[in-house]
Design a protein around this ligand. Structure first.
Ligand SMILES: Nc1nc2c(c(=O)[nH]1)N[C@H]1C(S)=C(S)[C@@H](COP(=O)(O)O)O[C@H]1N2
Ligand SMILES: [Mo]
Length: 329
């Protein structure tokens, strides 16, 4: 197992004292300088080396800082190397380093997203059209994996709600189902029976329409590296990481709660809701604290307390008013 040392963080030692906004602006400045130095040689979308430990290799995808309440976590960013080198993307293998090693084989252009089911205007969208559909925002969200680690990532994208409105959800639609790419020719993980493939996740329609639910196309000011779910993925910051489906090819609006990959694999461990909840332990471990990747001390760093709804309670708790969250875990 990898033990990370302080020097994997490329920020200056005093970075934790600087506000994340200042850190981010400093990073953007570096990015800009790097882009200028590289001239027009910014790597194209597909086929680029995606195992690098710093931004500046993929196509730039800027976004303006989000003004949405709760969308800019005030914590130090997780180093780019951890964000892109320590991943769960089981289609490419179950080791944390497998996605960075294998996902470069995925072709993210052309890419089509189909939206269908209980909508007035079912249709397909090409990736180019999706990129232009909404105003790109930078949002700094915590991502908390059910395994007990977390990251703070500057994502780029827009609210999923904006896209869903385009297809005009019908009154009978209650849930949204997300299906991701499944291609045995390039995904060695599909041969292992860990999950029912393709990977399917789901949200209640009101969760999907919540402004914090992000359709992400980039991180750290560039298009998504393949291992992080290029060319588009979901980021639902108040839920465990597995709800944030990567490399989505189909969205379906439905009346019944969708059957999702993780809840089918182990229903007692991974419920449909999977809201981050320190008071509901996973059957095999506590969920009351977390290890922030990239923090000094590596595996031995002080664990942080896990917050209800991952710290987004003020924005989302009302979605669950009156629900027993011990039962609907
Ligand atoms: N298609 C797909 N999406 C997925 C997964 C996966 O295995 N396949 N893993 C999930 C899990 S468990 C987590 S924690 C996050 C990790 O996202 P990151 O690698 O960008 O940090 O992606 C989620 N989305
Ligand atoms: Mo996860």
């Amino acid at each position: 197992m990898l033990i990370r040392s302080q020097d994997t963080d490329c920020l200056s030692p005093s970075a934790s004292e600087i506000t994340p906004r200042a850190v981010w602006q400093q990073r953007r400045q570096l990015l800009r300088l790097a882009a200028l130095a590289g001239g027009a040689s910014l790597a194209p979308w597909a086929g680029a080396s995606q195992t690098g430990d710093r931004p500046g290799k993929l196509t730039a995808l800027p976004g303006s800082p989000s003004t949405l309440p709760g969308a800019l976590a005030m914590e130090p960013l997780t180093p780019h190397a951890d964000v892109t080198g320590y991943n769960n993307f089981y289609e490419f293998g179950t080791d944390k380093s497998d996605p960075a090693r294998h996902a470069h084989r995925m072709k993210t252009r052309p890419w089509t997203l189909r939206i269908e089911g209980l909508v007035g205007k079912p249709r397909s969208f090409g990736i180019e059209e999706l990129l232009k559909l909404g105003a790109m925002e930078e949002r700094i969200y915590r991502l908390r994996c059910v395994e007990g680690w977390s990251m703070v990532i500057p994502w780029v994208g827009y609210s999923l709600a904006g896209l869903l409105r385009q297809v005009e959800p019908l009154g009978s639609a209650k849930y949204v189902e997300f299906t991701t790419l499944s291609d045995p020719a390039i995904m060695p993980g599909l041969r292992a029976g860990v999950l029912d493939w393709p990977y399917v996740e789901g949200l209640r329609l009101d969760e999907a329409m919540h402004p914090l639910t992000l359709l992400a196309f980039g991180l750290y000011g560039e298009v998504l590296p393949n291992q992080n779910g290029a060319p588009l993925r979901l980021v639902v910051p108040w839920k465990y990481g597995f709800k944030s489906a990567k490399s989505i090819v189909r969205i379906r609006l439905v009346e019944q709660q969708p059957r999702t990959s993780w809840s089918l694999a182990a229903p007692r461990e991974y419920g449909f809701y999977s809201n981050v909840n320190p008071e509901v332990p996973h059957p095999r471990w506590s969920q009351s604290s977390e290890r922030r990747l990239g923090e000094s001390g590596g595996l031995f760093a002080k664990r942080r307390p896990t917050l209800p709804f991952n710290g987004y309670a003020a924005q989302v708790a009302q979605l669950y008013a009156g629900m027993d969250l011990q039962r609907h875990y």
